[in-house]
Design a protein around this ligand. Structure first.
Ligand code: PLP
Length: 398
């Protein structure tokens, strides 16, 4: 009865409440409000043929389980699985395919995903084709050519293009094509791909979900029990699971996700608006700025523009200067943490995409990506202003 009441409450709770209390009601015996870290590899059996439900931590560990149950609830999935990295999670999803299968994928996804497909899974006869997933007609045409799955990143990394997930997933359902979404940039707080019709959602939890640049982790959430069984099999069989301490770090990070993202998005909007008025900046990519073709999906598909901005300067020679001059932005690859980072995608995150493709897409030697943190926006703008060559920072914010 108590369990039923709690489930009813969970079903009506706002996502912010679910996040704040992630793992806080798990421990019955002591009532610990912070989920305990079960730093154990194995569990004592009560007797022959008996189990507490926990036998060995590769299979199930309570701390990882608390994280997985939280993620399944947040994304309205049947089950979630936590992995030792975002790439380990993506690798596990790709294990669902076999020799001869073809996967269509966003043409500017995280470089590691393309590397795994083209330099890894291609050897096992799994083919991939890169397409512009912000162009729904192109996606539908490709999906009708016998592909097994569409792998969407939305917004994309680093060009922040948006795909119409609902339209693509509906078409996929009718044509027997699986829809997989990398929701790393949005998190379930801003976008819930399974509710939009996708079959599988993956995350690099190293980014916004954990949010403190202190852990590498990945998550898969699946809609159907059938995929839950298959992914669960590979998670246990291959064993790239998230350890108890790292599971706890992600769980703790989740609690403050709404606070962090709200501040990060506020900062991002101000910085993107400032950047587009700068002389040396040729182009700014930020979904919140543009009146682009997918802007109408705001509010229907996602409820925030995220906090990643890319921008192109007018001369490649400026890039090393900017990277050396920044004093607050940290020159490092990753995103989604409290600290603002600046990344040079062409040589860091996207080096594995062939040069010609990169140039065509706009991931060129003049493009920088910013992950906006929670620092004071004035300091961030002043830092960019001096790094871009001493131009005056935005007025009136101090
Ligand atoms: N997906 C996206 C969108 C990413 O940005 C990244 C990493 O930057 C990954 C997946 C891979 O995640 P991880 O670094 O946790 O393996």
């Amino acid at each position: 009865m108590e369990q039923q009441i709690h489930e009813r409450i969970v079903n009506t709770m706002k996502i912010e409440t679910l996040l704040a209390q992630a793992g806080s009601r798990w421990e019955e015996r002591t009532g610990a409000v912070s989920m305990p870290i079960y730093q154990t590899a194995t569990f004592r059996h009560p007797g022959l043929g008996k189990s507490t439900g926990y036998d060995y931590s590769r299979t199930v560990n309570p701390t990882r389980q608390a994280l997985e149950e939280t993620m399944a609830t947040l994304d309205n999935g049947s089950k979630a699985f936590a992995f030792s990295s975002g790439m380990a999670a993506i690798d596990c999803v790709l294990r669902l395919f076999k020799h001869g299968d073809k996967i269509a994928i966003t043409e500017d996804p995280y470089g590691g995903t393309i590397r795994l497909l083209e330099k890894g899974y291609a050897h096992f006869g799994i083919k991939s084709v890169c397409i512009d997933t912000s162009d729904t007609d192109t996606v539908k045409q490709t999906m009708a050519t016998g592909v097994k799955a569409i792998f969407i990143e939305s917004p994309t990394n680093p060009l922040l293009k948006i795909a119409d997930i609902r339209a693509i997933a509906a078409f996929g359902r009718d044509h027997g094509v699986l829809t997989i979404v990398d929701n790393t940039f949005c998190t379930p707080l801003l976008q819930k791909p399974l509710d939009l019709g996708a079959d599988i959602v993956v995350y690099s939890a190293s980014k916004y979900l954990s949010g403190h640049n202190d852990v590498v982790a990945g998550i898969i959430v699946v809609k159907s029990p059938e995929f839950a069984e298959q992914i669960g099999f590979f998670q246990n069989a291959a064993g790239a699971v998230l350890g108890p301490l790292d599971s706890w770090l992600v769980l703790r990070g989740l609690k403050t996700l709404p606070l962090r993202l709200s501040r990060q998005q506020e900062n991002a909007m101000l910085i993107a608006s400032w950047l587009k008025d700068q002389l040396r900046v040729r182009r700014v990519y930020y979904p919140g700025l543009e009146n682009g073709p997918m802007h109408h999906l705001f509010g229907r598909q996602f409820r925030g523009f995220g906090a990643v901005i890319s921008f192109e300067v007018d001369n490649a020679a400026l890039i090393p200067e900017i990277l050396e001059r920044v004093k607050i932005f940290l020159y490092a690859e990753s995103l989604g943490g409290l600290e603002s980072l600046i990344t040079f995608p062409a040589v860091q995150t996207h080096a594995d995409i062939p040069v010609g493709t990169r140039e065509r897409l706009g991931i060129n030697d003049r493009l920088l990506r910013l992950s906006i943190g929670v620092e004071h926006v004035d300091d961030l703008i002043d830092d960019l202003a001096q790094a871009l060559g001493g131009m005056a920072g935005k007025q009136g914010l101090k």
